[in-house]
Ligand binder design. Sequence first.
Ligand code: MG
Length: 109
Amino acid sequence: MTVHEYQEAALRTLNPNLGQKDVLINGVMGLCGESGEAIDLVKKHLAQGHPLDKAQLANELGDIAWYLAETAAAIGYDLETVLEQNIEKLKRRYPEGFDPARSLQREKE
Ligand SMILES: [Mg+2]
């Protein structure tokens, strides 16, 4: 499955009654909510002694992907373009892979 195919399949389950503004708001709120669910799993693991529920964490990552697809669509972007732009930015920032010195330099800029 390509990223574009994922976005199309995900958006098949988007509420068709939502207007464009509502899709945008639902998308960013969903990103925060699902990220919170992911954080909670890791918090319980690190601070409360629970075993890390990797299957549930993977499920939450999928939920985050769904809201990424929705939010990208709300602003007229193909999710694949969003991901490609992110990789291009990282290539410019860290052309040889992650470099702590470049990261520190970036903090100062
Ligand atoms: Mg979830």
